[in-house]
Design a protein around this ligand. Structure first.
Ligand SMILES: [Mg+2]
Length: 414
């Protein structure tokens, strides 16, 4: 098999409502780049990358002279070709390499008529459990619907998601409002959903002292873990000395150097594996093996996904034996997808691991074209800006919180 062509198509897919986080906001939509790697015999492997838009398209285009004619089965060689660790000091291509790894694995699966999870060692489970991923949300600019700001709105949203999709674990994305307010929100969730698991993630926005204060006040709840309560391995190590629950990270253990540092001097108990941040599905499987040896927990992280990236998360979740936590996904906030058949359906808080060859998802070409048009119409959005606080910068640690009494609706083009 030889690679004949590589295509990258930026798409914009709407969300139910803008998602607020410690660094700003997803402005009512996700921008993703869909990658297609075509072989000389006409097979097309699918990959996906976050954000990027026109610059991502140019990055893939620029790599074509180095990748055309290569065998997509030579995945280790491609890793060094794209993301050699010292060359990466000059060009950071980890996420590009991840998208191409997805596509090459998809090609191999199609050629061999097996699913990616079979290539990766064979599936241990046919369905992967997911947490409801709760965000504070601005109202939709056009409809005014979808706001999550008050305690009552948050609890109602969690209960509605549980009723609709069957989630029994709930993750709250915080770091938006004052920590005392978010503590009230989190404890209200625990009270409303007493038999469910919980996790909280302020995206590293707190000081160590604030993280300890918050952590100590939730020790009595059914916490899976507290995720990135402060930023940095040393900050987390200090929090861990004073707070009696597992800590997790998706920010400061995202490569093997950092994983080794965390093994030698443990700061974090649960490593959240992201198929994009780690450079592919296979690095995540390797990292899960290291975690298994050193008895660190693992879970599957979501950096925002459409169906292709979601498929990579499902195949990862299917093959790692030490996955004892529900995975995260932004997926249920989306109103549509680019894959044939539409969005993958939740049942009982789980998603089925695709069984078809390769990643097991295929493109809906009409939707790809339509959502590419949406990208051309709306352009990118600034992930690290808040539409209603134009001069605000996301400090770490932060003390410039949004006001939970602010009822304004942002004017975002839709
Ligand atoms: Mg996180």
């Amino acid at each position: 098999m030889r690679i004949r062509d590589i295509r990258a198509t930026p798409v914009t897919v709407p969300l139910e409502a803008p998602l607020r986080h410690a660094n700003g906001c997803h402005w009512g939509r996700f921008v993703r780049t869909i990658v297609e790697v075509e072989t000389e015999d006409g097979l097309v492997g699918l990959g996906e990358m976050g954000g990027g838009g026109e610059s991502a398209t140019a990055a893939f285009e620029g790599l074509k002279p180095h990748l055309l004619g290569r065998d997509p089965a030579r995945l280790e060689e491609m890793r060094f070709l794209l993301a050699n660790p010292t060359a990466s000091l000059y060009n950071n291509r980890t996420q590009v390499a991840a998208a191409l790894e997805f596509a090459c694995l998809d090609l191999l699966g199609q050629r061999w008529d097996v699913s990616v999870s079979e290539i990766l060692g064979g599936r241990l489970r046919d369905r992967v459990s997911f947490a409801s991923y709760l965000f504070f949300r601005y109202p939709h600019s056009k409809t005014g619907a979808g706001e999550v700001r008050t305690v009552d709105q948050l609890v109602a949203e969690a209960q509605a998601l549980k009723a609709r999709h069957g989630f029994t674990t709930h993750k709250l994305k915080g770091g938006v409002f004052p920590p005392e307010y978010e503590l009230r929100c989190y404890r209200a969730l625990a009270e409303a959903l007493p038999s469910d698991g919980l996790r909280f993630d302020p995206n590293g926005a707190w000081s160590v002292e604030q993280a300890i204060r918050f952590g100590q006040q939730i020790e009595d709840l059914r916490n899976d873990y507290l995720e990135d309560p402060a930023f940095g391995l040393h900050a987390l190590r200090r929090v861990r000395e004073k707070v009696r629950m597992p800590l997790a990270t998706n920010t400061v253990v995202v490569n093997f150097e950092q994983l080794a540092a965390n093994v030698l001097s443990t700061a974090v108990d649960v490593i959240l594996l992201d198929t994009t941040f780690w450079g592919g599905i296979r690095p995540c499987v390797k990292a899960a093996g290291v975690c298994e040896t050193f008895q660190l927990g693992v879970a599957v992280h979501s950096s925002g996904e459409l169906g292709i990236q979601l498929a990579t998360m499902l195949h990862l979740g299917a093959v790692i034996p030490n996955l004892t936590f529900a995975a995260d996904a932004h997926y249920h906030h989306l109103v549509d997808d680019v894959i044939a058949g539409g969005r993958l359906p939740y049942a009982g808080g789980t998603l089925a691991v695709p069984t078809g060859p390769g990643l097991g998802v295929r493109l809906d070409r009409d939707k790809l074209a339509a959502f590419h048009q949406e990208f051309r119409r709306l352009g990118s959005y600034p992930y690290d800006r808040d539409p209603l606080r134009p001069g605000w910068a996301p400090l770490v640690p932060n003390d410039r919180w949004a006001d939970p009494r602010d009822e304004r609706v942002p004017e975002i083009p839709t």
